[in-house]
Design a binder for this molecule. Structure first.
Ligand code: GLY
Length: 362
């Protein structure tokens, strides 16, 4: 097949594959270039869809994009299940934000008060209400809140589903590593290479290391809790993500480092906080410890749009802590830009030209 593709995508993570699926579904000839599809940050990611609990101080535009993408997720998951013939583990049980000590609760409350001030759906709970919802929480957990619209999906089911959907729509995956972008011959080139985008584009994308554990309930039963739990525990901030098959993902460290070593200290901090919040987790099997590299940016927001000075090159990278939740909106915005040539107004705060002469990090 394929002589010159309409669209060549560099990077077969969720963002690159979703763009491939959407573009191929619109009749474009698409290639995706990656020697190891799905082996980057998404392989480690927990898959939280958290527009509310991850609305942080000073990130107003990003918060709006997270909310927009989260509203697209149910339809995106349903379309993908149809297109790929595979379920991606979308679960809408909601998220509890909890504090172990009085200090932890004060920290959690400070953030959820800010989120409430933005009009986001997060509701404080009395300790008895918290325990009614999740009896597995430790008795010493001081309090918390519920964000019912913060959901989850399983990234390790998402990536194969996106790949199947893209290929069924006609996209072609090629196992080549793209060096300079000049090697790619296509109508439009989309750089969706996570941290690798820095070397390809010169944009200020830097690795932010996250260590993540996977536990498994004994006997492969369901975990003892059903909500995603975001906990503050003796100054540590962690999350616990329960899956149907008995897995619990425990994350994550946030380290300004570019290696993917798992450290004893990182594992200790995550496990101590996890067991302090849900004591039963001490009985679970520890089945995996990995580290991934989030593609961070100077303002923590993604970089989506035309690369200045490089006609025909678009970027979709820098999704930092939010790659999974932002996959649907990123794919939609990039596909519309390619198909119509018109940027959606939603893109304005996130285009690459917002960076002046920032240094690049590799
Ligand atoms: N969004 C979760 C993380 O980056 O660890």
């Amino acid at each position: 097949m394929l002589t010159r593709p309409d669209v060549a995508i560099v990077g077969a993570g969720p963002v690159g594959l979703a763009i491939a699926w959407r573009c191929a579904s619109r009749g474009l000839r698409v290639t995706v270039h990656d020697p190891a599809p799905g082996s980057g940050a998404s392989h480690v990611a927990a898959g939280m869809l958290s527009p509310v609990a991850e609305a942080y101080f000073g990130e107003h535009a990003l918060t709006g994009l997270l909310a927009e993408s989260a509203t697209r997720w149910p339809r995106f998951a349903a379309d993908l299940a149809d297109a790929a013939g595979a379920d991606v583990g979308y679960r809408a049980d909601g998220t509890l934000v909890v504090g172990l000590t009085a200090d932890d609760l004060a920290e959690a409350r400070r953030l959820w008060s800010y989120q409430q001030g933005l009009g986001l759906p997060i509701t404080p709970l009395r300790p008895s209400e918290l325990r009614d919802r999740e009896p597995a929480l430790a008795p010493r957990v001081r309090g918390g809140a519920v964000a019912p619209g913060d959901h989850q999906v399983d990234p390790r089911r998402l990536v194969p589903a996106l790949r199947a959907a893209a290929e069924r729509a006609g996209a072609v995956l090629r196992p080549d590593r793209v060096g300079p972008l000049s090697e790619v011959d296509a109508g439009v080139t989309v750089v969706a290479a996570g941290c690798g985008a820095a070397a390809l584009t010169g944009l200020p994308v830097r690795p932010v290391k996250g260590q993540v554990l996977r536990l498994r309930a004994p006997g492969r039963g369901a975990p003892d809790f059903r909500h995603v739990i975001r906990g503050y525990a003796d100054g540590e901030s962690i999350y616990l993500v329960p899956r149907d098959g008995g897995e619990v993902v425990v994350g994550a460290t946030v380290e300004e480092r570019a290696d993917t070593e798992v450290t004893a200290g990182g594992v200790l901090r995550l496990l101590r906080a996890a067991v302090d919040l849900v004591p039963e987790l001490a009985e679970y099997d520890l089945v995996e410890a990995m580290a991934g590299l989030r593609p961070g940016t100077p303002d923590n927001a993604p970089i989506i749009g035309p690369l200045p000075g490089r006609p025909g090159v678009l970027v979709a990278t820098g999704h930092h802590r939010h790659g999974i939740v932002l996959t649907p909106v990123t794919a939609d915005l990039v596909t519309e830009l390619i198909v119509t040539g018109e940027p959606d107004p939603l893109l304005a705060p996130f285009t690459p030209d917002r960076f002046g002469k920032e240094p690049t990090w590799n």
